[in-house]
Design a protein around this ligand. Structure first.
Ligand code: ADE
Ligand code: ZN
Length: 348
């Protein structure tokens, strides 16, 4: 593919239109302020914010924990199966407009079961949206159950037990929430059990936590992808390992800036990660809180980093399909569509 033939002024249009996958989206992080107000009213729940503007003004985060406090409070308005459906359906419609062909969607059941919401309510609502998204929007989607790492190993085992009757509704498990002080090793036995069950494995690591947590996630949890992983750059040997083993990183640039991992996008290491051969992808993390969905993450990152051009756009979209937990034949189909799209761009 002769990427040099693609004029730079076409880049934004290409980023918007190219087919892509999203592999790191917390569905509770897609809950827009308008829907929070709507669900709070419907469910008769008082909010500590009088207006949408007041709620939005609270979205000024200094670190991961300052975000998580607001994110878990926002998720408190989700009460019924219909609420979970509405949230996921809104995300999938939005993903379609960003030309997302496939989404792997995280959900945090413990955030809800701890409030007395049955696991079935959560998964039934999400699953209904996923099915409808496939049928009506042509967007493929799968669910990944995340354990909250600030809670105990025992709580994670209990969450897994509760989820097992619904084993066919989710493809894998992940690990999220406050990273500092909650190393992957805390969940080694839970992940070993999930592995025996044939679940796909991912974990957040090296977002705020040290590079050593990335190695732990690989060696002790045996994850297949790392969520975030940007702090790998502090350890050259780890960078070499990630590149050599083609371990995918699901990187979330707007999230990284909002949570003060980097001061601004011009300081973001996306260009460097790709240049050293790491299988990085772009994702939105919690789009309702961090100022943008998937295409906004692509556009803002490419605007801020002049070293990213058409070749990197292709590479990122290709990485997203290759790193997906889907059948090889399906992934090949998506990559063929991507190749056709870029061949057309290169031929003028
Ligand atoms: N849960 C939702 N978003 C998260 C993030 N960026 N890091 C850890 N846990 C999360
Ligand atoms: Zn995340």
């Amino acid at each position: 593919m002769n990427f040099a033939r693609i004029p730079r002024e076409n880049l934004h249009d290409i980023l918007r239109r190219m087919p892509k996958a999203e592999l790191h989206i917390h569905i509770e992080g897609s809950l827009e302020p308008e829907l929070i107000f709507e669900l709070a009213a419907r469910n008769g729940m008082p909010l500590p914010y009088a207006t949408l503007e007041e709620l939005r003004a609270a979205y000024a985060f200094t670190d991961l924990q300052s975000f998580l406090d607001i994110y878990y409070a926002g998720a408190g308005v989700l009460q019924t199966e219909e609420d979970f459906f509405a949230m996921a359906w809104a995300y999938l419609k939005r993903a379609r407009t960003d030309n997302v062909r496939h989404a792997e969607i995280f959900f945090d059941p413990q955030t809800h079961t701890e409030r007395g919401i049955p696991f079935a309510t959560v998964i039934n609502g999400l699953e209904r949206a996923v099915r409808r998204g496939r049928e009506e929007l042509g967007v493929s989607a799968s669910l990944i159950l995340c354990f909250l790492r600030h809670l105990s190993e025992e709580a994670a085992f209990a969450a897994l037990e509760e989820a097992l009757p619904f084993r066919d509704r989710f493809i894998g498990v992940g690990l999220d929430s406050g990273e500092r002080g909650n190393p992957p090793e805390k969940f080694a036995r839970v992940f070993a059990r999930c592995r025996e069950l044939g679940l796909r494995l991912v974990a957040h690591a090296g977002e705020e936590g040290p590079a050593g947590y990335i190695s732990q996630a690989l060696d002790l949890l045996k994850v297949e992808r790392i969520d975030h992983g940007v702090r790998c750059l502090e350890d050259p040997r780890l960078v070499a390992r990630l590149a050599e083993q083609r371990v995918p990183l699901t990187v979330c640039p707007l999230s990284n800036v909002k949570l003060c991992v980097f001061p601004d996008l011009s300081a973001h290491p996306m260009g460097k990660l790709l240049a050293v051969g790491i299988a990085a992808t772009i994702n939105s993390d919690d789009p309702a809180y961090f100022g943008g969905y998937l295409n906004e993450n692509y556009l803002a990152t490419f605007t801020a980093l002049p070293e990213l051009g058409a070749k990197e756009a292709y590479q990122l979209a290709r990485n997203s399909f290759q790193a997906a937990f889907a059948d090889e034949s399906v992934k090949e189909g998506w990559i063929r569509e991507l190749d056709d799209f870029f061949a057309q761009q290169c031929s003028g």
